[in-house]
Structure formats: C-alpha cells, structure tokens
Write a protein that binds this ligand. Structure first.
Ligand SMILES: Cc1cc2nc3c(=O)[nH]c(=O)nc-3n(C[C@H](O)[C@H](O)[C@H](O)COP(=O)(O)OP(=O)(O)OC[C@H]3O[C@@H](n4cnc5c(N)ncnc54)[C@H](O)[C@@H]3O)c2cc1C
Length: 301
C-alpha cells in the first residue's frame, strides 16, 4: 500500500484536530482512527468514525439513564452472557465506519453482507488507478484436490513465474487499453462508465462501509474463518485487531464463543454423551452423515 503525500497529509490533518466531547470514547479506537492499515499489495482498511464502546453495550442492555457502567467485571460478565445467549441487539448499539481499498473480486464476496451501508468509488465519475492485486508467491497455489472451493499446494518454479507474468501482463495491457479508450486526444474518448468494462477483477476499488457491531461480528465470523478465501480473510484479520482495540470485552466474548467456539447439533450431543459413558461410537452408529462426522471429529477428535 502506498499513500500519496496528499493522502498522508489529509490523515495527519484529521488526526491533529482534537476536540472535547461528551460522547463515549474508546481509547483503543482513538489510537486507530483515520490511520491506514495495509492489506494485500495495494489495499487498506481505516476507521473513519465509530459510535459506542463496551459500556454502550451494557448501557443498552440495562437501559440505563447514565453511562451504565458498573464494575468492569460486571460489564464483562454481562457482555459474555449476551454473546453466549445470542442476545444481539445491545451489540447493534455500537457502529463503525471503515474506508476499505480492495480488489473487485474481494469486493464481490464482501458485498454479499447486506446488513451494512456502502458507498463505492464511482468508476463512472472517476478514472480508476493502475493498481491490480498480484498474489505474493506464498499465496499462489494450485486448485485444492480435497476442497472444490479452495487452494492446495503452492505453485513453484517456472509455473509460478509464468502465472505471475500472465497476471501482470494482462493487467497492464487491460489498463493501457482502458487509458487508450478514455483518451480524448484525436478522438472523442469512450465514457468512463463503458471503458471500465475491460478491467480485470483484480483491479482495486474503494468504499466506505458502515456496519453495527453485531453484524460486523457476523461478517468477521465468516470471513476471518479458515474456510474464507485468503484475500478477504486478510482484511477480516486486520479488522479483528481493530475491533479488539475498540471494544475489548465484546471482542473477547466474540473470540471465545464465536471464533473459538463450536455449535453442537442434537446428534453430536448424543454422541458425546455416549462416548462419555464409555461407548465406542463410529460414523455408522452416530446417525450423522460422513460430512457431519468429519466436521465433528475435526473439533472433538
Ligand atoms: C466460506 C464461504 C463460502 C461461500 N460460498 C458462496 C458461494 O459459493 N456462492 C454464493 O452465492 N455465496 C457464497 N457465500 C456467501 C454466503 O452464502 C452469504 O451470502 C454471505 O456470507 C453473507 O452472509 P449473510 O447473508 O449471513 O450476511 P448478511 O447479508 O450480512 O446478513 C446477516 C444476517 O441477516 C439476515 N438477513 C439479511 N438479509 C436478509 C434477507 N433479505 N432475508 C432474510 N434474512 C436476511 C440473515 O439472518 C443473515 O444471516 C459464501 C460465504 C462464505 C463465508
């Protein structure tokens, strides 16, 4: 990620202006505010604004008149209770607005999360930058042989070099054509809304993305997970660190119950009970499908 000197100056300017406020402030988030966190080769995530902190969650849960904060241990216990019992609305009281720069193919996965508010950079109005995602060699992998929706062994040697050359050359050629079609030198110049058609899906776009904490946790649960594609996971992992600084108690509960926890089906509970009673249970006698059993064994061994 490279920011232009003008962009860096804008961020520095935004961070230099402080003012007193009566509103809830999260010290951890204040340290992050406006700063660009690099992701992938040209991407970034930054927090533009936020509302609420850990206390805002317990305040809403208790419907308090004041800030609602009791002892931190009480707040933590309540937040963990709310998370454990899927009592989600208090988490919706916190909001965050991100500025994200991301490849279009990542944006297509991201935009499926409908519970956020989005405003994207207009490639009808503006000209896109010559910036394309090219995977680092350690992420350039072959099709997985066990998971149709994933990658397996790394590409190596000549094959890896050839693939990287193709990706770079195609991106540059497409961008040259894009510029050529837009140009008004000696021609009318194609409209921006049409010229963008030939750009590949690894071109970078940008948006502002505003979401409440409950739905952000849902997004992070799905996209920071090992099953998510590496490129969107890279964003989710950076956002996890930001959220951890913003609402440490809520993030701790999320990490424990959602990221680190597992859901048990009725059949799985039965199998565990039978195992605890000393019975040897196999997939055939468990009542679970092969896929369910594989996932169950993955968690419980
Ligand atoms: C590993 C992985 C693989 C995936 N593979 C595919 C794929 O192959 N093809 C594909 O098309 N998608 C795929 N997806 C996308 C996935 O199916 C979801 O569309 C995406 O994760 C957004 O989830 P969501 O709808 O729960 O989120 P959000 O849109 O943020 O919604 C959050 C929750 O709000 C509720 N909600 C929101 N809108 C509505 C609505 N209109 N009606 C009812 N309830 C609503 C639902 O409870 C929903 O869970 C994949 C996602 C992941 C993480």
């Amino acid at each position: 990620m490279t920011l232009t000197p003008e962009q860096e100056a804008e961020i520095a300017e935004a961070r230099s202006q402080t003012r007193p406020t009566l509103r809830a402030v999260s010290e951890g988030m204040e340290r992050r505010l406006y700063l660009a966190h690099p992701v992938l080769d040209h991407g970034l995530v930054r927090v533009i604004d936020y509302m609420g902190d850990d206390a805002a969650i317990t305040q809403a849960a208790r419907v308090s008149y004041g800030r609602g904060t009791k002892a931190v241990s009480n707040d933590e216990g309540l937040i963990r209770y709310l998370m454990r019992h899927w009592h989600s609305t208090p988490f919706e009281m916190c909001e965050v607005k991100f500025h994200v720069k991301l490849p279009v193919f990542v944006a297509r996965q991201w935009i499926r999360h409908r519970t956020a508010n989005v405003n994207e950079y207009s490639a009808r109005y503006s000209i896109l930058d010559r910036e394309f995602y090219i995977p680092a060699p350690e992420h350039l992998a072959a099709q997985s042989t066990v998971n149709n929706q994933g990658r397996g062994e790394l590409l190596e040697g000549e094959e890896a070099a050839r693939v990287l050359d193709i990706l770079r050359e195609d991106a540059m050629r497409a961008y040259d054509h894009y510029e050529g079609m837009l140009s008004q030198e000696g021609q009318k110049g194609l409209a921006r809304e049409l010229a963008r058609m030939n750009l590949p899906a690894n071109v970078y776009t940008q948006w502002y993305w505003k979401v409440d904490l409950h739905n952000l946790f849902h997004f992070l649960r799905l996209r920071a997970d090992a099953h998510a594609q590496y490129e969107i996971r890279a964003y989710a992992e950076v956002m996890c660190q930001i959220v951890k600084d913003w609402v440490p108690l809520a993030y701790g509960a999320f990490e424990d119950y959602r990221l680190g926890g597992a859901t048990l089906s009725g059949k799985a509970i039965e199998v565990l009970k039978r195992r605890l009673a000393g019975e040897v249970v196999t997939q055939e006698t468990s009542g679970m499908s092969k896929g369910e059993w594989r996932e169950f064994e993955g968690v419980w061994g």
